[in-house]
Design a binder for this molecule. Structure first.
Ligand code: FAD
Length: 379
């Protein structure tokens, strides 16, 4: 499924890595290992100015017509550096590809150049209070109106809905029918400044405001903002979720903590601790190679949903293991003896609070394992 690829297939990969490292070095963002999921529009515009948003898209839509492997190198380096890429993340990772595959010419021309310029940010409106894993059971509905649709219902866990310009909204346009539960669902581009939208914050375990609940009270969406065919968005959403699951962010969530841990224990480490750290470093390397293989096989039309689920499941396991290893290795006495022990503790605290969510967002572990089982013929 995941063919070995020669890293040298990416000609100029090292030069590209150097370019990103130089770029993040000169940037003034508060560079700590915890910042990659911070929402920073100024930073996103600078990334765009480098040509690093929409970089695989056609030039006529503001893209760079570069390869998936080049994009992979850029995103991996930005994430590993803890660069605050969250503002443009969803639009670059999954909305652009969906619009290119299924969007009308109008939507492509309206949105893709602005996304590529770092001026247009998206949130994702899939989950609802009673529909997460079973996405087909959504109740938010869009009813036909003159020249468009009226949306009513509720979404939940919508990351940065309070700052995004648009939501990629998943709604029912025909009543639920259990015989054909994947039919009658439609995707829309919803302008978040439309009348009738209420966004309420939900504070996470770390007391940060990232996700929200979003309530729609007869919100008007013009016909032109419908993506693809009415009632036939299930395949689009599955493709979108594969993009959401396959990226390096699925195993670089606690990379900053891991590098901080290695710096802390650099001098004098017991062999048991070295083994613990060695195991997670080996997993990082494996996932790096798997993600690179996915980027390489995208152009050959690989079975993305299955391999994406595999990477996310393994990546989550790694991301949740790193704080445990860090707690075991970085004993109280070691921390007190370290001049940077307090900073390390802050990073560890944050990673510990964020890690439980990693195996839920973008699809829970059980759901991913079901997809993998089907993909390899076990279901
Ligand atoms: C940090 C974070 C950010 C998120 N961001 C967004 C966002 O921006 N937009 C958005 O739309 N959503 C977002 N989500 C929501 C996320 O997609 C859902 O939480 C997820 O799909 C699970 O749905 P649920 O919470 O309703 O849990 P449920 O689906 O109710 O699952 C509860 C438990 O039951 C298990 N389960 C459910 N079905 C099965 C089954 N068939 N077989 C075996 N076990 C099963 C699950 O694995 C889980 O353990 C985010 C979630 C998190 C944690």
């Amino acid at each position: 499924m995941l063919d070995h690829i020669d890293i040298e297939v990416l000609k100029g990969g090292s030069a590209l890595r150097r370019q990103v490292r130089d770029f993040v070095e000169t940037e003034t963002f508060h560079r700590t290992p915890e910042t990659w999921d911070s929402f920073n529009p100024d930073f996103s515009r600078k990334v765009a100015a480098e040509g690093w948003i929409g970089m695989t898209w056609p030039k006529r839509y503001g893209g760079g017509e570069r390869s998936a492997l080049e994009r992979y190198v850029i995103t991996e380096e930005l994430l590993a550096a803890g660069a605050p890429v969250r503002a443009h993340w969803a639009a670059d990772r999954q909305i652009g590809p969906i619009l290119l595959a299924a969007g009308s010419e109008y939507l492509k021309e309206l949105l893709l150049p602005r996304i590529a310029a770092g001026e247009c940010f998206f949130c994702i409106g899939m989950s609802e209070p009673n529909s997460g894993s079973d996405l087909a059971s959504i109740r938010t509905k869009a009813s036909k109106a003159d020249g468009g649709w009226l949306v009513s219902g509720q979404k939940v866990w919508s990351g940065y809905a309070h700052r995004a310009h648009y939501m990629n909204l998943f709604a029912r346009t025909s009543p639920f029918d259990k015989e054909s539960r994947h039919k009658g669902v439609t995707q829309f581009v919803l302008d978040m400044s439309s009348p009738g939208i209420t966004v309420r914050p939900i504070y996470n375990l770390a007391n940060d405001h990232d996700f929200n609940e979003v309530i729609f009270d007869d919100v008007f969406v013009p016909d032109a903002m419908l993506i693809g065919e009415e009632g036939d968005a299930w395949g689009q959403v599955s493709g979108e979720l594969a993009h959401e699951r396959a990226g390096a962010e699925r195993w670089l969530g606690t990379f900053g903590l891991l590098t901080a841990l290695i710096d802390e224990v650099d001098a004098g480490i017991a062999s048991g601790d070295a083994e613990r750290i060695g195991r997670v470093v080996a997993q990082v390397w494996t996932l790096h190679r798997m993600s690179l293989s996915i980027a390489a096989s995208v152009r050959e039309g690989a079975d993305l949903p299955t391999v994406a689920a595999l990477v996310k499941d393994m990546g989550t396991e790694l991301d949740q293991a790193v704080p445990e290893v860090a707690r075991a290795v970085m004993t109280e006495s070691r921390r007190l003896a370290s001049p940077t022990g307090e900073t390390f503790q802050r990073i560890l605290r944050r990673s510990t609070l964020y890690a439980p969510a990693y195996s839920i967002r973008g699809g829970t572990r059980e759901i991913l394992r079901g997809i993998i089982a089907r993909g390899i013929g076990l279901r």
